[in-house]
Ligand binder design. Structure first.
Ligand SMILES: [Ca+2]
Ligand SMILES: [Ca+2]
Length: 340
């Protein structure tokens, strides 16, 4: 009898030990999980801090521009400087700001009826400069313009898209994200990848800022502006940027242009910007958080977030400053507002 009792006790002890170990392991896992969540939250808060910092920088920039009576945005300003990685408790925060108006705004294309319009001319030249077929241009114009009449060449409207094996409708309105180009006739992932660094999808009225545009985009302004001439122009840009379009267009490379041609260019250009892209990320305790936010700065100095993304994707909302009362607020995985 004694042997059976001892065996029973041993079995009970063994079971209890297994249960204890299981519980301890479970506890340790939930502690690790909680620490991970805590670090993730911290990382997110740090990227929010970076966003607030950049808002203040952009507000301050406009104030200082107004004080000096020089409303210009250029790469020498504080907001455009690369911020050094910032060490914080448990990790590191990084942030930088890009001027979205330093890229060609594809939604400009929907504003003109003719494929010979100034925006279309610039876009075709940009495609050529990138080694892409300029026949892609009319398809984008048709995608964003309101009408249903296909443009000459490889333009495409509903008539084209509705005959595809998997048919869909043309947008006929501004695009809100470059990835939308995947739906446009002729645009492959390779084409989009090549184009992406040089284009943006802003509200149609957002012009190209000649102070922040890169040489590839600047060289698309005129066929005569070779990439090397554009780089020279870039190098000659005044330290404080071109104060006006007249100053920019009086550069020797534009000497051969008549006043009509200069006016055509002027319709597409600016020396200041309203749309900025913030790229911030934080690493805390092995957890990573990343934010891409599009900020719009109103003339009165208001700063609104028009889209905020926590993923890799950089989204650009097409909105009119002051046209919508909405504001990006939350920490949702895709906190984008479609404002078109
Ligand atoms: Ca400025
Ligand atoms: Ca159309």
């Amino acid at each position: 009898m004694g042997g059976v009792a001892l065996l029973t006790v041993l079995v009970i002890v063994a079971i209890a030990t297994v249960l204890c170990v299981g519980m301890l392991r479970g506890q340790r896992q939930s502690l690790q999980h909680a620490a991970g969540l805590f670090h993730q939250d911290q990382a997110w808060l740090y990227t929010q801090g970076a966003e607030n910092f950049v808002r203040d920088l952009l507000k301050e920039d406009l104030k200082s521009d107004k004080r000096r009576n020089k409303q210009v945005d250029h790469p020498g300003e504080a907001w455009a400087q690369p911020f050094p990685p910032f060490p914080v408790e448990g990790g590191m925060v990084r942030a930088r700001v890009e001027d979205l108006q330093g890229r060609f705004n594809l939604n400009r294309l929907g504003e003109e009826d003719s494929s010979d319009g100034p925006a279309s001319t610039i876009f075709r030249q940009l495609l050529r400069n990138l080694g892409l077929p300029d026949a892609l241009a009319p398809a984008v114009s048709d995608w964003v313009d309101a009408d249903d009449t296909p443009r000459d060449g490889e333009g495409a409207e509903d008539d084209f898209y509705s005959r595809l094996p998997e048919p869909y409708r043309v947008a006929n309105q501004p695009i809100t994200d470059i990835s939308e180009l995947r739906l446009v006739r002729g645009f492959t992932p390779q084409v989009i990848a090549k184009l992406r660094p040089h284009v943006t999808a802003l509200p149609p009225q957002a012009m190209l800022n000649v102070n922040t545009a890169g040489a590839t985009v600047i060289s698309a302004l005129l066929p005569a502006l070779t990439p090397s001439a554009a780089r020279d122009l870039d190098a000659q840009r005044p330290k404080d940027g071109y104060p006006s379009l007249d100053d920019f267009l009086s550069q020797p490379v534009f000497n051969g242009l008549g006043s009509d041609e200069k006016d055509r260019l002027r319709q597409q250009l600016d020396v200041r910007s309203q749309y900025f892209l913030l790229l911030a990320d934080a690493d805390i305790g092995g957890r990573h958080s990343m934010v891409h936010a599009v900020l719009v700065r109103g003339d009165s100095g208001t700063l609104r977030v028009v889209s905020r993304d926590l993923g890799q994707k950089v989204a650009m909302a097409a909105s009119v400053p002051g046209n919508s009362g909405s504001q990006g607020t939350g920490a949702a995985n895709q906190d984008q507002e479609s404002l078109r």
